[in-house]
Write a protein that binds this ligand. Structure first.
Ligand SMILES: *[C@@H]1O[C@H](CO)[C@@H](O)[C@H](O)[C@H]1NC(C)=O
Ligand SMILES: *[C@@H]1O[C@H](CO)[C@@H](O)[C@H](O)[C@H]1NC(C)=O
Length: 160
């Protein structure tokens, strides 16, 4: 599935969530991906697609690279994803706490237990953070609803 922000009257309303540089953005860097295969065998790689066959409240990206790519909230709150071919996740990161409900046949809502916010970053639009206790977030951060749309095709070989 893909994710779109809903926050009416804000710059991120209807913005698509994009994976770039191991982080996630609205209205910032576009989806960044890599494919080592012949281009005709590569997924398009220009949309950020999450995997729907997750369990135990974790979240992953819908990729072809062996080992997959996991999503986590880093110790600084940043929503992040693992590099391809690596299971490395920084100490004190949070992998669990994700859930998704179906609102209608193709649409749903993704949630992180503490909540999600999008915070302005100079030149990079809005970066997504999970709310963790004991972290002070910029008062300019915006809460939003993470609307999901079912996707039928794998998003990328790997996101970068
Ligand atoms: C992880 O959290 C523990 C407990 O709060 C803390 O003692 C430790 O320094 C943290 N580690 C890092 C790398 O931040
Ligand atoms: C959308 O995805 C959800 C979760 O994977 C699935 O249960 C549902 O059947 C899908 N909807 C359609 C129309 O395929």
């Amino acid at each position: 599935f893909t994710v779109m922000a809903l926050r009416s009257g804000s710059p991120i309303h209807f913005a698509n969530l994009a994976a770039s540089g191991q982080k996630f953005y609205f209205n910032g860097p576009p989806t960044s991906s890599y494919c080592p295969l012949n281009p005709s065998e590569c997924p398009t790689g220009d949309e950020t697609v999450f995997s729907s066959d997750y369990s135990a409240t974790t979240l992953g990206l819908y990729v072809e690279v062996p080992g997959g790519q996991q999503v986590y909230i880093g110790p600084d709150g940043a929503m992040s994803f693992t590099q391809a071919h690596s299971a490395y996740i920084p100490e004190n990161s949070t992998q669990i706490g994700w859930s998704r409900v179906e609102d209608s046949p193709n649409y749903g809502t993704l949630s992180f237990e503490g909540g999600l916010v999008a915070c302005p970053v100079a030149g990079k639009g809005y970066q997504v953070f999970g709310l963790l206790p004991n972290i002070d977030y910029d008062p300019q951060c915006l809460g939003f609803t993470a609307a999901t749309l079912n996707a039928t095709e794998v998003g990328a070989w790997q996101y970068t």
